[in-house]
Write a protein of this length. Structure first.
Length: 152
């Protein structure tokens, strides 16, 4: 992996780590902030799948590599039919840290192939982490404006 093509983001969420962890691993809760269909098997080797992401209705797919309940997740990541970032080609690591009565979510997305993909994924993560921040804190993020027309 080329270290220069690494994306890092942090966000503070006004919710306990257990709540944030559930919104990252429970398929029903994932759908509150991202996608139109989700499957998650949060154990090493388990499936990570979210369909209906972004304007193209893309499908993200990977496998959990590390699951430490309420503390840390790591999973491979890529896009079905993605030439530059195919399934399993990148790695997402999320650490959940108690902070200021809530949770600091610290995410690293490594293994992206070039600066254009870092920029594209940075925009996507900014959007979806904003929605996660609202949903996990008990607020309704509303309909996802990035979903394709006609999709739930």
């Amino acid at each position: 992996m080329t270290e220069q093509f690494v994306l890092r983001r942090e966000t503070h969420i006004a919710a306990p780590r257990a709540t944030v962890f559930a919104f990252l691993t429970d398929p029903d809760k994932i759908l509150n902030w991202m996608g139109s269909e989700a499957a998650a098997e949060p154990h090493a080797g388990g499936l990570y799948l979210v369909k209906g992401i972004g304007a193209g209705g893309n499908t993200a797919r990977g496998r959990f590599r590390e699951v430490v309940p309420v503390h840390r997740l790591a999973y491979s990541f890529g896009w079905d039919n993605g030439e530059e970032v195919p399934p399993g080609s990148s790695l997402i690591e999320i650490d959940l840290i108690e902070q200021n009565g809530g949770t600091l979510l610290r995410m690293t997305h490594s293994g992206l192939p070039n600066a254009a993909q870092v920029e594209s994924h940075d925009k996507g993560w900014a959007h979806y982490l904003g929605r996660l921040t609202l949903a996990a804190a008990g607020q309704n993020p509303g309909p996802d404006p990035r979903k394709p027309q006609g999709k739930m």
